[in-house]
Design a protein around this ligand. Structure first.
Ligand SMILES: [Zn+2]
Ligand SMILES: [Zn+2]
Length: 238
């Protein structure tokens, strides 16, 4: 049975390697005594007999040390322990990092610039339309105000003429004849129909190259602006 075989080995190990401090097993509060080859881990006898390493192949510490040294040496022979080995990959990776950072800045700037232009255009257009609405209503109200003043004057002329006619004083009537006749002319002017134009709504349709684009459509267009353009993959060795 694998377990008894392993335990047998473990007792051999114990007699062979006194004195080496292999650390302490936190799970079993015992000293570690063997190397679990499967888990690459120093373990205590309880780990092997009852713990999570049951049935795992173990090595005695001296053998384990030898195996580990051999593995290091092999890796060294392949040149993989020299800093220059990692350096080649690091150069590639760092180059990729720089390219990523640069491209991020370009993309960020592009988004900022493009949206600034849309936002500024909308702001300007809003102000233009607001100005147009303001100017229109100011002009219309001014025109109506003028008419009001004229009719207040006519009302006063009417009152004055009544006063003249109610007075028996012919002398005063004759001395004011020009004023009186002019007032009568003014009051007899035929009335004209004036109109004021009201803007009940603002049409926010846009005409683009002869094509009508509704406001809801414009909003929809704004709502879906922007996606990733060309995506370029850069490779780095790993
Ligand atoms: Zn243990
Ligand atoms: Zn194990």
């Amino acid at each position: 049975m694998a377990l008894t075989k392993s335990i047998g080995k473990l007792s051999e190990i114990l007699s062979e390697e006194p004195g080496i401090n292999l650390g302490y097993c936190k799970d079993h509060a015992r000293c570690n005594e063997a190397f679990c080859e499967m888990c690459k881990y120093m373990i205590c006898p309880s780990c092997l007999m009852f713990g999570s390493h049951q049935g795992h192949k173990v090595l005695d510490p001296a053998k384990a040390a030898q195996v580990i040294r051999e593995r290091i040496a092999k890796t060294q022979q392949l040149g993989k322990l020299a800093p220059e080995y990692s350096e080649r990959f690091l150069l590639d990776i760092r180059d990729a990092k720089i390219k990523l950072a640069k491209t991020q800045t370009v993309a960020k700037d592009q988004v900022q610039e493009s949206f600034k232009s849309i936002i500024n255009t909308l702001k300007r257009r809003k102000e233009e339309i607001e100005d147009a609405v303001y100017t229109h209503f100011t002009d219309e109200i001014e025109a109506v105000d003028k008419e009001e003043i004229q009719w207040i004057e006519k009302q006063n002329l009417g009152k004055k003429l009544l006063e003249f006619s109610n007075s028996p004083d012919d002398e005063m009537l004759l001395n004011n004849s020009f004023t009186i006749m002019s007032a009568i002319d003014v009051l007899n002017e035929s009335s004209r129909v004036k109109s004021a134009s009201l803007i009940n709504s603002v049409d926010l349709t846009s005409n683009i190259e002869g094509k009508e684009v509704g406001f809801a459509q414009i909003v929809r267009i704004c709502d879906s602006i922007g996606k990733f353009g060309e995506i370029k993959n850069i490779q780095y060795r790993n």
